[in-house]
Write a protein that binds this ligand. Sequence first.
Ligand SMILES: Nc1ncnc2c1ncn2[C@@H]1O[C@H](COP(=O)(O)OP(=O)(O)OP(=O)(O)O)[C@@H](O)[C@H]1O
Length: 416
Amino acid sequence: MDGSESSDLDEPDELFQAVDESGGDDIFANRELLNIDHVPDENRIVGRDKHITELANEVGPVVTGAPPNSVILYGKTGSGKSLVANHVMERARKEANRRGYRIATVTVDCAQSKGEADTIQTIAESINTPSTGVSVPTRGISTNEYYNRLWAILDTEYDGALITLDEVDRLGDDNVLMLLSRAREAGKVDVPIGIISISNKVNFREQMTERVKSSLGHNEWIFDPYDGEQLREILENRKDAFHDDVLNSGVIPKTAALAAQRHGDARKAIRLLRHAGDYAKNNNIGEVTEDHLELAQEQAEVERLKELIAGLPPHSKYVLYALANLTNDAGTDDVWFRTTVIYDIYTKVCEAQGTDTLTTDTIRGLLSELAFLEVTESNQEHGGMGKGTYKEHRLLWEPSVVFKMDPDPAHVDTDQ
Ligand SMILES: Nc1ncnc2c1ncn2[C@@H]1O[C@H](COP(=O)(O)OP(=O)(O)OP(=O)(O)O)[C@@H](O)[C@H]1O
């Protein structure tokens, strides 16, 4: 060892002074446990035993290579639909394996998919193995050819398949559902296929055509939002995310109570707990207490929203203010407003801000951008006989968070 190395050992570098034996983090022992994508162990799925058993009963035959039933799972976001579907699929795959059958399991997020060919490409690619000898390029072949390759992969490699279509209402095309669910009947493939469709639009069924309804089957279940006790248990199971003695005993019950009161969404409850930890960490508080739970939440959300809309024109914010005022005055966050109604309030916001209004068409465009960023959600509605179609929009954020983006919030009167 030369002289310079020994002096390396002697002198601590103040640049890294804050990094202690815990990796520099005095709050979190394993923050990963509070990540949104973290999938809990199978014995930590809270309150969904009945749905797990029911789903297993419907898709169960596939573990012997027999045809499974298709199922639709409805429920608001964060109610455990994807978790239950993935959990049951994975157990079915293992059980089939144990019995000497191979089943393909795959989940497609239809919101991310760019149409029919892309959806089928995603499915085929994710279940493909080198031994099939089939290639699944990302482009350059027809939709029909993607189906042919999917059937070839299934026939050479598998005895059955379970396909979960998450956010199925975003497919925008019945063909995928029709062709997948009828493939065996139509003689395209020998392998039985079960489809688990997931939607957070509880009225989705009414929008489906008769053809799709009958191909999806009639098994449908609603996942209720979680209650305070279930959320408490879900959060308790992730307590290991924190160092011992850092989390005050009232934090989890309060987080669960707030989340149950507002939405019953497990994902949001977990996120709230994480924000509280981040708040304590960033402010060097050394412990997580109930007091800064709300503060942490709001601060984190305001920052996130600001970041999200940072790239948009300034009037996007005024449109957002209009929607926040409307939502706030409606007293519930599950309420939709037509473009024209939003435009009226937007003009009032502009007046309050001392700025000229943009045209309705421009505002329509801004609303689409906001929906793309998932700040709002848009729906095409049918006005009924002779009334044509129109768009409705909903705010996906708390109005209070929207207002806090500026020190001087734009409250306007929404009476028209
Ligand atoms: N019962 C539960 N037990 C433990 N953790 C849960 C439970 N339900 C949900 N979670 C957690 O919340 C996350 C979100 O749940 P999930 O993705 O299943 O919701 P979802 O109903 O499919 O909603 P979305 O439509 O938004 O995808 C899960 O990844 C998991 O971390």
